[in-house]
Write a protein that binds this ligand. Structure first.
Ligand code: HEC
Ligand code: HEC
Length: 152
């Protein structure tokens, strides 16, 4: 029994922090596409925990050097939907430093083989530009099969 428990814990420990699939829920409000995908891709809500989405929404007037404020109706709709579909597994539901997916421990771990200069290539520019390498990022599919890193 004890052996079995140890084995189970070992399996849990090596399970990747996040599945290769973080699908975009089919009930995304139109406002999410129009208001949150004009400067970057529409990030699937499962990439951040509830608290982090709350933080993103409450700081939209000072959003990574831009003003991404919403009117009250869109804000309520988007905020509710993001939090409803946020990452749930407690272990991954970390509060993201600087509200960035790209600063979560799981993101850093999954991308630790990518060298610093690669992120700066003209075809990538930023780690937040998921779709530069994950060709199916918009659908929330991040598996190895659909990765193509731009050569420059
Ligand atoms: C006016 C442009 C603009 C709009 C509109 C906008 N964003 Fe952003 N967002 C940015 C910029 C710029 C960054 C930083 C990107 C980078 O570092 O490459 C960013 C980054 C982010 C990140 C962090 C990405 C990372 O590094 O992990 C999240 C999450 C995010 N935005 C969510 C949203 C949500 C939700 C909305 C809609 C309510 C939204 N954004 C609307 C410009 C915008
Ligand atoms: C420079 C290219 C690049 C960018 C940009 C990038 N990734 Fe990745 N990503 C990779 C590579 C390479 C791997 C590792 C694949 C492997 O070893 O299986 C990976 C792995 C992952 C995995 C784990 C996949 C699995 O099979 O378990 C997830 C999830 C992921 N990335 C999400 C993202 C998200 C979300 C963004 C944007 C916020 C992003 N990535 C931006 C290249 C990139």
């Amino acid at each position: 029994m004890k052996k079995l428990f140890t084995l189970m814990m070992a399996i849990l420990a090596i399970t990747p922090a996040i599945a290769a699939k973080v699908p975009m829920p089919s009930d995304a409000p139109k406002s999410y596409e129009s208001e949150c995908a004009s400067c970057h891709m529409a990030y699937p809500p499962g990439l951040l925990g509830e608290k982090s989405w709350q933080n993103v929404i409450s700081g939209l007037n000072k959003h990574f050097g831009t003003d991404a404020s919403l009117d009250a109706k869109d804000q309520k709709e988007i905020s509710y939907w993001l939090q409803k579909n946020a990452a749930t597994k407690q272990k991954y539901n970390v509060v993201a430093p600087d509200n960035r997916i790209t600063k979560t421990p799981w993101f850093i771990r999954e991308h630790d083989e990518i060298k610093a200069d690669v992120w700066k290539r003209a075809g990538i520019k930023s780690a937040a530009n998921c779709g530069a390498c994950h060709t199916t990022a918009a659908e929330g599919i991040f598996s190895e099969k659909s990765i193509s890193i731009p050569a420059k």
